[in-house]
Write a protein that binds this ligand. Structure first.
Ligand code: NAP
Length: 327
């Protein structure tokens, strides 16, 4: 079968190889992969620019959706449609960039009735993470009345789906993106206001600034996350998702001790199985973005992945990138 494998033979970069089809081992499910997707983490893994892959050689790809070929003793019938995201796929275990994947039965989610395999991968880890942010923030008493929700990295996967989901849920969304050609699209997804990153950083030099929003979803890290925290309303929540700009956080305690602002860590990879299954159900129903088709961008093949990964890290992509693995 064809697979996109990361190995030290190619300077820790992903390359297309002919690999032997895997045999199922105890506790594993064999899946014919139809779709996968390209996430920022995949791009770091494929280009060798992030320490994502923990053992070599490894098939990359943190997302997959397809049909069960062999479930062993797991309660899935042959041909059942399933998906898997995160859970160490493409990091600790072989992932979804291959025609036949082995997935630990405990990590397999039955495809919700109201989603197709393609839709599940338009959402993928990005959509799952956006929904996890919403759920964690609302558990922590976030409401539309607290003020706007700022979404940074809004033209990307997590960001664009967060814009759609939060606005559908009744929040006013302030989307942050430097891609001016994406601004109309972000408005169509539900953004009420759009800022560039420079506008986000305006008036943010003091340790605590006047309140400008009710909370946020941050995909960038660094000064952007700091700026979000400084201007968040009393008891608002900021979900810390990504490091697309920086892995550092240089802040003060003031937003937290003077305004009770909560910094929520989001780790989609480690989300417990019960919450994972429930969130996918929500994503297939009440949280399913009305504009799902507008969220999906390019559809590529396994062979296109190395070039697409370079483009993603160079900030030349937007929307979700779907990978058509087998027809
Ligand atoms: N914690 C978790 O569970 C979790 C799950 C999924 C993803 N993530 C992380 O979340 C981040 C977003 O992932 P993704 O898959 O949505 O990536 P993506 O599709 O590439 O989106 C990232 C967006 O961030 C912006 N951006 C990138 N580099 C930037 C920079 N240097 N300065 C300012 N803006 C920049 C770009 O938007 P503009 O060009 O429009 O400004 C880009 O569209 C990544 O860091 C990823 O690792 C974390």
């Amino acid at each position: 079968m064809r697979a996109l494998q990361v190995s030290n033979r190619n300077s820790y970069r992903g390359e297309l190889v002919d690999a032997a089809e895997p045999l199922p081992r105890a506790g594993q499910v064999l899946v014919r992969v139809r779709y996968s997707s390209l996430n920022y983490k995949d791009a770091l893994a494929i280009t060798g620019r992030g320490r994502i892959v923990r053992k070599l050689p490894l098939i990359a790809g943190i997302d997959l959706a397809g049909e069960v070929l062999d479930a062993g003793t797991a309660p899935f019938s042959r041909g059942a449609q399933v998906l898997a995201t995160g859970c160490g796929l493409g990091e600790e275990h072989d992932g979804g960039y291959c025609e036949v994947a082995t997935v630990a039965a405990a990590h397999v989610i039955p495809l919700p009735r109201d989603l197709t395999l393609r839709e599940a991968m338009i959402l993928g880890t990005a959509g799952f993470t956006a929904a996890l942010c919403l759920e964690q923030m609302e558990r922590n008493a976030q409401t539309p009345e607290l003020g706007d929700i700022v979404v940074t990295g809004a033209s990307g996967g997590v960001g664009s789906i967060a814009v759609a989901i939060f606005s559908q849920r009744g929040y006013r969304v302030l989307a942050v993106s430097d891609k001016r050609d994406r601004h109309t699209w972000l408005q169509q997804l539900g953004a009420e206001k759009i800022f560039t990153t420079s506008q986000l950083l305006e008036h943010s030099s003091a340790p605590l600034t006047s309140v400008r929003w009710g909370g946020g979803v941050d995909n960038l890290g660094g000064t952007y996350l700091t700026a979000l925290l400084k201007a968040t309303a009393l008891h608002g929540n900021v979900a810390c998702v990504g490091l697309a700009a920086s892995a550092t956080l240089n802040s003060t305690v003031f937003p937290h001790i003077l305004r009770g602002v909560n910094l929520l860590g989001i780790s989609s990879n480690n989300c417990p199985h019960s919450q994972r299954g429930r969130l996918w159900q929500r994503l297939a129903t009440e949280l399913k973005p009305r504009q799902l088709d507008m969220l999906g961008g390019k559809e590529i093949t396994l062979a296109d992945l190395p070039a697409a990964a370079e483009q993603m890290l160079a900030r030349k992509t937007s929307k979700r990138i779907l990978v058509r693995v087998t027809k």
